[in-house]
Design a protein around this ligand. Structure first.
Ligand code: G3P
Length: 225
């Protein structure tokens, strides 16, 4: 399963990439807006951080299919051909997906709130489908279940696609999909930090250091004991 960062703050992306096994970075227009920087400037910096092989997800905003295809070509020209273009799963979005597929351009279906949206995007050739887990929860529905339903619909129909599950607000939502073996999740830095934020973990590690220093002296390690 791939683990991506859902963010456009390049300092945060650098910090998380230095620590965790990260496969890529996803953005959307709202995330880019939060950066307050010109989109291609920030996207190129993200590309330089994750390298040419990292997955970068960038959303087209044109309301019409032909506009989205033209945007997709510009996005790839600016950020490299490992980039996947995010297309909202609307009727016009599905038309854009069919045009992109005919041109061999990689894309993902985004803004997914229902299992049928996800299934249709996969059938249109989307390499990934992005259900918004927490936003679905906030509708009083079950975001993890919708994501699992899409995963099942894709695998049981033999489609060459998978989840890039998104919009997480806690570790448990992510863990449920990790256990289910989905293709990828994209998670904000604060939720990634929460994977290992636990006073017991820090306390256990501190205790090991104190005990070792009690045995060998302050500041000693296995290098000089
Ligand atoms: O990229 C879309 C998705 O990640 C949205 O997340 O946190 O705005 O619900 P959020």
């Amino acid at each position: 399963m791939k683990l991506c960062i859902d963010h456009a703050d390049t300092d945060e992306i650098r910090r998380i990439c230095a620590v965790y096994p990260i496969d890529g970075v996803s953005t959307n227009p709202s995330i880019l807006a939060k950066s307050g920087r010109p989109p291609y400037e920030v996207l190129k910096e993200i590309r330089s951080i994750i390298g040419p092989e990292g997955e970068l997800f960038v959303q087209a905003v044109s309301p019409d299919a032909e506009g989205a295809v033209a945007e997709a070509k510009r996005i790839l020209a600016e950020t490299g051909d490992r980039t996947l273009v995010k297309i909202p799963c609307t009727p016009e979005g599905f038309r854009a997906m069919k045009l992109l597929r005919a041109e061999g351009i990689r894309f993902i279906g985004t803004a997914v709130y229902t299992a049928m949206q996800g299934f249709l995007a996969a059938k249109c050739g989307a390499e990934y489908v992005a259900p918004y887990v927490n936003r679905i929860d906030n509708l009083g529905l079950d975001g993890v279940k919708v994501a699992k339903d899409i995963h099942d619909a894709i695998t049981r129909n033999g489609l060459d696609s998978g989840l890039l599950a998104a919009s997480f607000k806690n570790s448990q939502q992510v863990l449920e999909l990790v256990k289910y073996g989905v293709k990828a999740v994209t998670v904000s830095p604060d939720v990634i930090d929460g994977f290992v934020k636990n006073a017991e973990i820090s306390s256990a590690v501190d205790r090991f250091v104190r005990d070792f220093e009690g045995l060998c002296g302050e500041g000693k390690t296995m290098l000089d004991c």
